[in-house]
Design a protein around this ligand. Structure first.
Ligand SMILES: *Cc1c(COP(=O)(O)O)cnc(C)c1O
Length: 670
């Protein structure tokens, strides 16, 4: 019997025979790009677990797997959103540090004073943390709607911090901002539409006081990529140059020019290419100089958001990356604006940025569990007594492939490798032919259903055996395309306990890439390729695009599931925009969330627990009444009891399940 391939216990990654090298946790980190996009917050430990360094390289670390285990022990089930508030604070420090260094380096005679765009993550604990941590820099907030303005007004109590008011504004919005100035806040109402100036003038004369005023300019510099249309002539927001001049004149006539303090622009989110920013900065710098020349006191230049995140760690100008660092960004802002002001003898403005993504992406990690994996079984169907010839042919082919394995191994001989590839190709051609024969035989009634299953099983086992053989060949060996495609053909679907629409909506809506990877077993070579399917009944509910150094791959290297053992996957860098964009598709609600801080003497603290939506809550969101729902089912079960169809004990069990479900989160229980 030729079962040359040792059948490994389920789940133990199949180390290819022959020239396969050993595999370490560092290899796992490199495979998923963790060492590039994760730096300095996420890395790998010797045990193959993801390690979190919430303060970057300044000390203190947590084993993410242990943390998840301990949180589960507190009844916080997966999927779980873990927010590391230390990372949020560290990002804030890095942003300010970068601007401080740039200001020193270029001898810039002005300051940097940032704001957080609330739309990026409006969660109370997140905004509170940013306001608290940002106090020492008078870090402010940016609001784009009335609700966000209410958040910002109530949380931002530092009189020196800026409160930038963007978005569409009605009279009440503007009056609120004017009156907030009297509370000792610093609201800057940014004129984004040509008609807003009239509302500001009317509100100011009615209240006998004006807000600080800003103007958003429509620049001609265009960003590329997803958010490129945020600028340019057809942009939704901002004043064209003629409108900008008219607005200045209207403010002058109304006696409000003295309140014009800020010029704003926004190139679009996730600027991939620094060249785009440089153009925008030069243009905005000139407009700023012109505005001071027109008599506005000015003082602030707000470069908007757009500071990007290197999601795939490739450092390229591709969609999931940036070709610049935080420091490059700060340097360019400072140096360019200095160059614009110096020749005109203009006082350099306080530089404001509205960096959302850059601050909030890293701090939250979504961990979800895998419920099971589909795909083809690896086991070779055992031979039956008097097996049909077609099946024997397939079985011989499989044996032949594994035998090639035994002969081919480990001599580093080019010609030998080529011969191995040739034999594998030939064997695969045979396997395909025999499989076709088996199908034909089945159609004609010569093969039974179990026999057809054996034929398919043997074909997949052959496919698997070839794939393992290929892994063992040295890199650089020329492999025919047909064989190269085999590992992908063997790919499995991993069923994820999450809703993409709730927790990673941008992967679905705008094809955004986030780093996704197992958070343990990194010291084991992954033996399969796979993608994720979520809990929703929507075929779009999947994660099937993965980072690949400036490119995208449709399948991710994953491990075989082990019976009785969890397989935990982390989705990283999703702290910006995902939560609020997430929706209730299929009535999957918010996940459990926790805020973790490093504790002073080592270890950690759970600062806040935000329970995920219960089934009752998502039902209520759709106007259903959980009590009424229970009552209807109680009546139905009484009738069933009356008819003799339902035992009283079963009715009690049914009602208990219904009540318990209403109180639980919408996700599957482990
Ligand atoms: C969305 C937005 C931001 C934030 O952009 P990021 O890319 O998250 O930094 C800043 N300013 C304005 C006007 C925005 O619309």
């Amino acid at each position: 019997m030729v079962f040359a391939e040792p059948t490994s216990p389920p789940g133990v990654p199949s180390v290819p025979s022959g020239r396969a090298d050993a595999w370490s946790a560092a290899d796992g980190a490199a495979l998923y790009g963790l060492d590039r996009w994760g730096d300095p917050y996420f890395g790998v430990g010797a045990r193959g677990h993801v390690i979190v360094q919430p303060r970057g390289d300044r000390g203190g670390s947590l084993d993410l797997v242990e943390l998840v285990r301990e949180l589960q022990g507190r009844d916080l089930s997966l999927p779980l959103l873990i927010r590391f508030d230390d990372i949020l604070e560290d990002r804030l420090e890095r942003l300010h540090g970068a601007f401080e260094r740039a200001i020193a380096q270029y001898g810039y005679n002005g300051r940097y004073q940032g704001v957080f765009p609330v739309k990026c993550n409006q969660q109370r604990h997140v905004v509170e943390q940013l306001v608290e941590s940002g106090r020492r820099w008078h870090f402010g907030l940016e609001a784009g709607s009335k609700a966000e303005l209410l958040i910002a007004l109530s949380l931002l109590d530092d009189p020196d911090a800026l409160l930038i008011c963007n978005g569409y504004k009605d009279r009440r919005y503007i009056e609120t901002a004017i009156l907030a100035r009297r509370l000792g806040r610093q609201p800057v109402v940014v004129i984004e539409q040509a008609d807003e100036v009239e509302r500001i003038i009317a509100a100011s004369s009615a209240l006998g006081g004006a807000p600080f005023i800003g103007i958003r300019a429509k620049l001609s510099a265009r960003s590329t990529g997803r958010w490129g249309s945020s600028v340019g002539e057809r942009a939704k927001f901002g004043l064209s140059i003629p409108d900008l001049l008219t607005t200045v004149e209207r403010l002058r006539e109304a006696g409000l020019l003295n309140d014009l303090r800020l010029l704003h622009f926004h190139v679009g989110s996730q600027i991939n290419d620094i060249a785009v920013l440089k153009d925008a900065l030069q243009e905005a710098g000139q407009i700023y100089a012109e505005l001071t020349r027109l008599g506005a006191p000015m003082g602030f230049l707000d470069v908007g958001g757009g500071l990007g995140i290197d999601y795939d760690g490739s450092r390229t100008a591709t969609a999931a990356s940036t070709n610049y660092s935080l420091q490059n960004y700060a340097n360019d802002v400072v140096a360019t604006i200095r160059e614009c002001c110096e020749p005109h003898g203009i006082r350099p403005p306080t530089l404001v940025s509205e960096s959302g993504r850059a601050l909030a992406s890293h701090f939250s990690v979504l961990v979800f569990d895998v419920l099971g994996a589909g795909g083809h079984s690896e086991t070779v169907p055992p031979p039956a007594e008097g097996e049909a010839l077609i099946l024997r042919n397939l079985r011989d082919t499989h044996a032949l492939i594994t035998a090639i394995a035994a002969a081919g191994g480990g001599d580093g001989d080019d010609a030998g490798d080529r011969a191995v590839v040739e034999q594998l190709q030939e064997a695969w051609n045979d396997a395909l032919k025999f499989k076709e024969d088996a199908l034909t035989a089945f159609r004609l009634g010569y093969l039974s259903l179990p026999e057809r299953a054996t034929a398919e099983g043997l074909t997949w086992a052959s496919c698997q055996a070839i794939a393992r053989q290929l892994e063992g060949l040295p890199t650089g060996t020329v492999i025919p395309q047909e064989l190269q495609a085999l590992p992908a053909a063997l790919a499995g679907t991993y069923y994820a306990n999450l809703s993409v629409f709730r927790s990673a909506p941008d992967t679905w809506a705008i094809d955004q890439l986030f780093p996704v990877m197992p958070i343990h077993r990194l010291d084991e070579r992954p033996s399969r390729l796979g993608s994720f399917a979520d809990l929703t009944c929507d075929s779009d509910g999947k994660i099937a695009r993965f980072i690949d150094r400036g490119q995208v791959k449709p399948l991710l290297e994953l491990h075989n599931l082990r019976p009785g053992e969890p397989y935990w996957i982390g989705l990283f860098l999703g702290g910006a925009y995902q939560e609020v964009m997430g929706n209730l598709h299929n009535l999957f609600g918010s996940t459990n969330a926790v805020h973790i801080r490093l504790a002073a003497g080592g270890g950690y603290r759970v600062d806040h627990v935000v329970r995920g939506n219960t089934n009752a809550e998502v039902l209520e969101a759709m106007e259903h009444d959980p009590d009424l729902l229970l009552e209807r089912l109680r009546l139905a079960s009484e009738q069933a009891i009356g008819r003799g169809d339902l035992a009283i004990s079963d009715a009690r069990r049914l009602m208990a399940h219904l009540r318990a479900s209403l109180e639980q989160t919408t996700y599957l229980e482990a």
